[in-house]
Design a protein. Structure first.
Length: 255
């Protein structure tokens, strides 16, 4: 089994990309899974920073089985879901430095993380519009300690500034939509697989996305349309000039 990862900022085409990759008959992609968290918890037992489980790992044989065990753990997780050998696990936190380091140790090679991004003012406008359509105010979430956009952005910025940066393959939303074929060819080169051209007019939305929208109370959170239709959200129609200026300063990928 070969594990690849799909991550990135909210509203940046992550689910669209996962859906496109899933059209390849050799690939298995799933909407967000708990794999990252499950592996992290198992991995943490061996690291045992709080010293609670030290006695459980006194035997050398048990200490040495950490990485083989975790490889089998991941393989078993996906064997229940599919018999395909090339897996794409989708989760917004895979570009976190700790997660990349963890998988590098488990597999003894750097993982490949396809990371979707989009200009921050467009993301902010899209989230504002989405929440408003559901009778909510997105600005209120900015005050929360675990704000998804800010946390994801900060982790990505830190990762791209470290030795873990080569594990990232950055995919811009505009490129995914406007230069789709070339963008997908670059992704296939990154994962070292022969290119498979998807019929974008036959893209099928996973019905499990409906449950995700109900969970968050945000209808339209995971809209995936047939063909490549770029979002018509315009920041200047939703955000103030001050807000646009604030968010634009974060677009390091345009410098």
């Amino acid at each position: 089994m070969k594990l690849h990862l799909v991550s990135g900022l909210p509203r940046s085409g992550r689910n669209l990309l996962a859906t496109v990759l899933g059209q390849n008959p050799s690939f298995h992609t799933a909407i967000q899974t708990p794999l990252c968290e499950l592996v992290y918890r198992q991995f943490s037992l061996w690291v045992d920073r709080d010293k609670m489980h030290q006695e459980d790992f006194l035997m050398k044989e048990i200490k040495d089985m950490q990485y083989p065990f975790l490889r089998q753990y991941i393989k078993k997780f996906y064997s229940v879901l599919t018999n395909k050998k090339i897996i794409f696990d989708v989760r917004h936190s895979w570009h976190n430095r700790y997660n990349i380091w963890m998988l590098k140790l488990i597999y003894n090679e750097p993982p490949k993380v396809i990371c979707c991004i989009r200009n921050m003012e467009e993301i902010a406008a899209s989230l504002t519009k989405l929440h408003a359509a559901n009778g909510k105010m997105w600005e209120e979430t900015l005050l929360e300690n675990n704000n998804g956009l800010i946390d994801s952005y900060n982790e990505l910025f830190k990762t791209k500034s470290t030795s873990f940066a080569p594990s990232l393959h950055i995919v811009k939303y505009d490129d995914l939509v406007n230069d789709h074929d070339n963008t997908m060819q670059k992704i296939y080169k990154f994962i070292e697989q022969p290119y498979f051209k998807t019929n974008i007019h036959k893209i099928k939305r996973n019905k499990a996305y409906d449950k995700a929208e109900q969970l968050h109370g945000l209808q339209g959170l995971h809209n995936i349309k047939k063909g490549l239709v770029k979002s018509d959200t315009k920041p200047e129609e939703i955000l103030s000039k001050i807000q646009i200026k604030y968010w634009k300063k974060m677009n390091w990928w345009n410098r």
